[in-house]
Design a protein around this ligand. Structure first.
Ligand code: KG4
Ligand code: ZN
Length: 355
């Protein structure tokens, strides 16, 4: 099975080619073009993102074709593709449409099966990509299920029970901001630019995580929900009261470390509690914030101390948005369900897993 996949849900345009034969990954080519233009606005501007996708996806496809069949144009690529997949949602509707329309035009023109894929499911399947613990587990049955999945991205923070391929039950979700948003918004307040997660965690490495106590809403509540909006507000008031200190590198590092500590502590505490309750054998991380080293390390330690569950984390290069993860999710989709109609299906910007 050879799958061509596109991803354009937010501000990354991505294309990938994935080949699985006999339960083994034979080939993976993937390209990601990040839209640096949004940094000047301090966040993603939907109209700008859509325009960038329109400009980027055709040359990205041409480059992918060159890698796969040695030619950037011509009929060769179509012969190498068994199915076309694309992110159908959730995401920014104007961004989603650009990749979706490109992919379904290809599926129609080439007469190939077409799969609209959930972006969050894609993040989960990043755990199957090269360098991940599940890289050689492309067969029908996995003994890893049921698995508890912590999805932490720019727009989502969710705990899901994954009972099998494509079977999700939502256990809890954020009531306001996502964990990635908490990283991004506090980084912005600290003047660290956009996207702020990587920049904030870099500053945090040199800071004192217990320098300042920031709130951890819902950390002790027995449900599986999260809330991060209060953290941003607390940081804003704290910085307003300590404005003069913002010029000091040490102060910024300490605030970054303390903010990261509040986010990681909350995520780890609630995930471990859910793992104990649901008695899962596997816990999986997924989404951009899964790249956070402190989260990866602390979650591994806490799970080892309190459960028998094994922690799986996606390879760093596949944590952020990419099309390889969409192709991986599509591979398992085509095993269990019929293709979608490229002419009738539409994007779904609010598509939630397991609800
Ligand atoms: O999954 P993703 O690439 O896009 C969405 O689907 O939203 O996640 C992006 C989010 C951003 O909020 C970014 O700041 C955050 O992931 N992120 C990080 C790190 N790397 C990316 N947050 C904390 N630490 C990191 N190392
Ligand atoms: Zn994402």
């Amino acid at each position: 099975m050879r799958i061509l996949a596109l991803e354009s849900s937010c501000d990354e345009s991505a294309a990938a080619f994935l080949e699985i034969q006999g339960g083994q990954l034979k080939r993976l080519e993937h390209l990601v073009a990040s839209q640096a233009i949004h940094a000047q606005y301090g966040g993603v501007v939907p109209e700008v993102a859509a325009r960038e996708h329109s400009a980027t996806i055709p040359p990205l496809l041409a480059e992918l074709a060159k890698r796969v069949v040695g030619e950037s144009a011509g009929p060769k690529l179509a012969k190498q593709v068994d199915a076309v997949a694309v992110t159908r949602g959730p995401g920014l509707v104007t961004s989603l449409k650009v990749g979706f329309d490109a992919a379904r035009a290809l599926a129609l023109a080439w007469d190939k099966p077409f799969y609209g894929i959930n972006h969050m499911e894609g993040h989960i399947y990043a755990n199957w990509l090269p360098g991940g613990a599940l890289a050689d587990d492309w067969g029908d049955n996995s003994d890893r299920f049921p698995a508890l999945v912590l999805i932490v991205s720019g727009g989502h923070t969710e705990l899901l029970l994954m009972k099998g391929h494509g079977q999700y039950e939502l256990l809890g979700a954020t009531r306001d901001d996502a964990a990635g948003e908490a990283f991004d918004k506090t980084a912005k307040l600290l003047g660290l630019g956009y996207p702020g997660g990587p920049a904030l965690s870099k500053r945090a490495e040199r800071g004192n995580a217990s320098a300042f106590g920031f709130p951890r809403p819902l950390i002790s509540s027995p449900n599986h929900d999260f809330s991060f909006a209060g953290l941003k507000t607390a940081v804003r008031y704290f910085l307003r009261d300590n404005q003069k200190k913002l010029t000091g590198a040490r102060f910024v590092q300490d605030v970054a470390a303390s903010v990261q500590e509040a986010i990681v502590d909350t995520l780890v505490t609630k995930t471990v509690r859910a793992a104990v309750k649901s008695k899962v054998r596997t816990v999986m991380l997924a989404g951009g914030v899964a790249a956070n080293r402190e989260l990866r390390q602390r979650l591994a330690e806490a799970l080892a101390a309190k459960t028998e569950a094994e922690l799986l984390v996606p390879p760093l290069k596949y944590c952020m948005d990419n099309a390889a993860m969409i192709a991986a999710a599509a591979f398992f989709n085509q095993k269990r369900r019929r293709p979608d109609s490229p002419s009738r299906q539409a994007v779904d910007s609010n598509w939630e897993l397991g609800r």
